[in-house]
Design a protein around this ligand. Structure first.
Ligand code: ADP
Ligand code: MG
Length: 484
């Protein structure tokens, strides 16, 4: 492909691109190991500058006085700009993450635009209520609540779907009237740099969005421990989620955490295997398996295990790994060498732990960090069924009856999503009530929609993003009592 049109490389603080004092960050193309760009990074003093700018914008800038309707106009303008720059954003996302350009355009960037568009509509519809209360000291009392913005939001994003997940954090925060300091994933920061440029072009006042790149333990750590951040919104691993939760506890900072999963896909005995196979495979292999909601535990009624194994093997073998910009490519690479090695070590653990390999299992011999789509048959106690792999690896686990299926589905520390495959809608709905997860799909699977809440139970996280819940998670409730 031709040389990409690269975005700015500096930090975005207080409405300007500015140098950072941290170590330079080399951004790599994971499909061939070449260097894409070198970015400035923020040290603790740069992060402090960004927080000061966000605080000022929150309290005294034009943003602080702007009506919800005008905030909505700005967010809608950003949605327009994401749409009109979709190809450029998708190119950066595909280069940076190693995912097929087609998917970046149709899923990541399209859903980011949709998220800004949807959340623009909430900006002037956030309101409290009037609560009937008894008289107070012999006089009438009017008690009403207001929904006020929380303040400065520190947002930390992962590398698997940077633009989409960044939109999940920015759009509801802006709708609520918050300002943001964003620490993008250091492994895939490029499209976010362009998004910051688009936010400036849309006309967001200085300080409403600040972007500080850098490593988690340096730049991220400075953001999560900064005392003037009102809320932290994080998507990533439970390990880092715990670090963030601890830091937030020190300063009573509000948190929203989305921490991944080990989601079940339950295939009942009556399921239509031909119909489910391509979607079940999408759930396993989309984004090379680097999705939080991936349905990596395929719980199958024992009578259908061989058919499901055969169908998923067919789906896996039909994948074309390769250049994200080749239209025939259906699967790209993993994010980096460390992630590829981690995934390969899980595959090894699956083999050594007694799982039987149905298909895949190796890294193809080509440059870049590719792993073949891999399917095992195993059981729910194996390491490959307990830990989030974040790669294209699924495990088929047999069950004998519905109770066992639900018990196995819930026998995990995670609780993000679940898929139920059955022709019997009553049975599917009854099963859905037993699942300790944030989101259930019956007879399909897809990316989160901005109109509906997204988040997990148990170790999959705290709180909800998207939908009205996601907007309100960026607000605080204030009560006013008027006695007259
Ligand atoms: P991974 O290890 O797969 O990169 P993480 O959950 O560690 O997943 O990373 C998700 C995001 O969290 C990234 O933006 C990363 O920089 C950030 N992060 C990692 N460690 C910390 C930390 N100690 N403090 C704040 N942010 C962190
Ligand atoms: Mg990269």
């Amino acid at each position: 492909m031709t040389r990409p049109d690269l975005p700015p490389t500096q930090l975005f603080i207080d409405g300007s691109w500015t140098a950072g004092a941290g170590e330079p960050l080399v951004v790599e193309n994971p499909t061939d190991g070449t260097r894409l760009a070198t970015l400035h990074t923020a040290d603790a003093s740069d992060v402090a500058r960004a927080v000061t700018s966000a605080r000022r914008a929150f309290e005294s800038g034009p943003w602080a006085r702007m009506s919800g309707a005008d905030r909505g106009r700005l967010i809608a303008r950003l949605a327009d700009l994401v749409e009109s720059n979709a190809e450029r954003l998708a190119t950066l996302e595909a280069l940076d993450v190693g995912k097929p350009y087609r998917d970046a355009l149709a899923v990541d960037i399209a859903l980011a635009a949709e998220t800004f568009r949807h959340m623009a509509g909430w900006a002037d519809k956030i309101h409290g209520s009037v609560v009937p209360v008894p008289d107070h000291m012999g006089r009438s009392r009017l008690s009403y609540t207001e929904r006020i913005p929380l303040g400065v939001v520190g947002a930390i994003t992962p590398w698997n779907a940077p633009t989409m997940i960044t939109s999940w954090k920015l759009a509801p925060a802006f709708a609520a009237g918050c300002t943001v300091v964003l620490k993008p994933a250091e492994h895939a920061p490029l499209a976010t740099q362009l998004l910051a440029e688009l936010a400036a072009e849309a006309g967001f006042p200085a300080g409403v969005l600040n972007v500080v790149n850098g490593p988690g333990p340096v730049t991220g750590a400075a953001l999560i421990t900064h005392p003037d951040v009102d809320k932290l919104s994080f998507t990533g691993s439970p390990h880092t989620g715990r670090v963030i939760g601890r830091a937030a506890a020190e300063t009573f900072t509000k948190v929203t955490l989305e921490l991944g999963g080990k989601s079940p896909q339950i295939v009942f005995a009556d399921a239509d295997i031909d119909e489910l196979a391509p979607v079940a495979a999408l759930s396993l292999f989309a984004n090379s398996g680097q999705t939080c909601a991936a349905g990596t535990r395929v719980l199958v009624h024992r009578s259908r295990v061989d058919e499901v194994a055969h169908a998923l093997a067919g789906q896996a073998e039909a994948q074309r790994l390769g250049d994200p910009f080749d239209p025939r490519t259906t699967m790209g690479s993993l994010i980096n060498a460390a992630q590829r090695d981690r995934v390969l070590s899980y595959i090894d653990a699956g083999r050594r732990g007694g799982a039987s390999l149905v298909t895949g299992g190796s890294a193809p011999s080509r440059p870049g960090y590719f792993v073949e789509p891999t399917v095992f048959v195993g059981d729910n106690d194996m390491r490959i069924a307990r830990e989030e792999i974040f790669g294209p690896v699924g495990t088929i686990i047999p069950f004998d009856d519905v109770d066992e299926a639900i018990r196995l589905a819930n026998d995990t520390r995670y609780g993000l999503a679940a898929v139920i495959w059955s022709r019997d809608i009553n049975a599917a709905l009854a099963a859905s009530r037993g699942l300790r997860v944030g989101a259930v799909w019956v007879n399909s699977f897809g990316a989160p929609d901005p109109r509906v809440p997204w988040g997990g139970m148990k170790a999959s996280g705290i709180g909800r993003e998207l939908g009205l819940s996601g907007v309100l998670a960026n607000t605080e409730e204030r009560l006013v009592n008027v006695v007259y």
